[in-house]
Design a protein around this ligand. Structure first.
Ligand SMILES: Cc1ncc(COP(=O)(O)O)c(C=O)c1O
Length: 253
């Protein structure tokens, strides 16, 4: 609706390739990044690249939108600091959500904006925010004030880490960080395997993996794989689910 022209930028093991982004779109008005855990691959943006991105935004008067969709929910290692906390020039607009940390049904998130943008962001939020959510906002503020949110995050991290281990055991996948993709386990498939068809047809046998290839802007570069979310792994019957998934997938490749 805003007539934005988007320029996709590659991601490698250090996160977004900032130099490539600057080369391809030196005067971009804004860069949208998932610095903490790249969506969907889960890679953390390295410190040198963070500094380069901030430097570019500062020199160019551009904005960086930091989509911090997973917050502290990092299952392997410690969550990196927010990019906004490293921003000395007021160029980062930090957007958080409670969709993953509490529940997507809440429809609550938050923006930490540079002071120079505060009025415009407040006007837009006032125009867009559903009035009914004020009750939820109060309840959530109370939940945080009393320390329940931090306890909840710690508990969910423990629960998800246990589910991750169960899923890795059931699939006989070694516990490597490369396989982690945010809150999902990434299973690579041979190039050319139709991960979209596999995901669609897996629904019929009660499984809901997400295809990796649909995340690529350039279909020619797309890699085939399945993202298996660890958050809703059942406590019982995981071995059965996984052997169904393996049998089902093997029939396709
Ligand atoms: C990359 C990314 N950003 C943001 C969000 C959060 O969106 P919302 O707060 O609208 O639920 C999600 C949730 O799925 C996500 O995957």
């Amino acid at each position: 609706m805003a007539g934005i022209k988007t320029i996709p930028v590659s991601v490698d093991e250090h996160g977004l390739d900032v130099e490539e982004g600057i080369r391809r779109a030196p005067n971009a008005a804004l860069a949208v990044v998932t610095a903490g855990q790249q969506a969907p691959l889960g890679v953390t943006l390295s410190l040198p690249r963070r500094l380069r991105l901030l430097e570019w935004a500062d020199e160019n008067g551009s904005w960086i939108v930091e989509d911090d969709y997973l917050s502290e929910l990092q299952l392997v290692g410690r969550a990196a600091p927010a990019l906004a906390s490293q921003d000395r020039s007021g160029r980062v607009i930090h957007i958080g959500t409670f969709s993953k940390t509490i529940n997507p049904g809440l429809r609550l998130g938050f923006v930490v904006a540079p002071t120079s943008l505060a009025n415009r962001v407040a006007d837009t939020a006032a125009a867009l925010a559903p009035a009914a959510s004020i009750t939820c906002q109060w309840a959530l503020a109370e939940f945080m004030r009393k320390g329940h949110y931090l306890r909840h995050l710690r508990r969910m991290k423990r629960t998800y880490t246990a589910r991750l281990a169960a899923l890795q055991r059931a699939l006989s996948i070694p516990a490597t960080t490369e396989a982690m993709a945010g809150l999902a386990l990434l299973v690579h498939l041979p190039q050319g395997a139709d991960d979209v068809a596999i995901s669609q047809q897996a629904l019929a046998v009660g499984l809901a993996p997400l295809p990796l290839s649909i995340w690529y802007a350039d279909a020619a570069q797309a890699r085939s794989g399945l993202l298996l979310c660890v958050t809703n792994v059942p406590d019982e019957g995981i071995e059965d689910c996984c052997s169904r998934l393996v049998r089902f997938t093997e029939a396709f490749i």
